[in-house]
Design a protein around this ligand. Sequence first.
Ligand code: ZN
Ligand code: ZN
Length: 348
Amino acid sequence: MRAGRLALGDLDALVVTNLVNVRYLTGYTGSNGVAVVSRDRRLFFTDFRYMTQAGEQVAGFEVAKGERDLLGDVAEAISGRVGFEDASLSVRRLERLRSLAGSSAELVPAGDLVEALRAVKEPGEIEAVRAAAAVADQALSAVLERGLAGRTEHDVAVDLEHQTRLLGAEAVSFDPIVASGAHGALPHAAPRPQAIPGDVFVTIDWGAKLDGYCSDCTRTFATGDGVAEEALEGYELVRGVQQASVEEVRADRGGRELDAVGRATIDDAGHGEHYGHGLGHGVGLEVHEGPTLSPRSKDTLAAGNVVTVEPGIYVPGRFGVRIEDLVVVTDDGCDVLSSLPKQLTVVS
Ligand code: ZN
Ligand code: ZN
């Protein structure tokens, strides 16, 4: 029972308002619900629209029907020192909850208690991410059979979304990035209604969502054999750093330490200023969650974390390269969930 593992510390109760966290703890997937976890009671509130759904989905919590904004019902159920999720509860809703609870509850920011549990996946969650990654890889493979050069970035992105859903995913886990040529130098480029030229790189960053769990992967393809030499060198630099970083992943490594492995190599190659993001991030019910692998990370990896390893270089006006794998951290290494090859592939 996940709620039983919550580290309440000096709190008498925790009010869980982030719907992803509510889903993780209770199983409920609707759009209005609040969970209250105290030492001796687990309550789940929703409104009349979702009572049937909650009856079917919620496990380990008493289900109670509340008014639409649920806060009056939550206020009646809490007392003592009560944590709230300060990363997601709006100031307006916090003030309303405070005034409804009055002097019976002292509301204090509780940080990321549920997120900390979510970072370490159970076997069933790992299988869900693995299945999402497999669907995503199949979808991109089908899209690549129709070629890249001459199609617009937008067309490729729409095709990829369509294939992902045809193959059984409930959705894409984020809007796919399809960025060719100099546009690839924008790490989060939006696909354009512009034809992809020959002899350039195309960076594709995509993922599928299956049973609520996300995948995330990036590959960079060439659209011909005539790609500029500096770009080809950049590709081999990123590929080497990505592979070396994957080989260093295992439980007990620091997120900052892992990030540093390849950053030094990229710096030495003169591309330090072209690598402006961290090495990776956790993936699960959300496509970006803990732990973080970056120069600022304070996280330490644990077996059961699912993280990306995604170095890249972005040379403005010229080209971009990113290669991203999704991996499961184990005690002595990692299990790579992304299956598409990483040697440079020409798709014209
Ligand atoms: Zn990605
Ligand atoms: Zn990513």
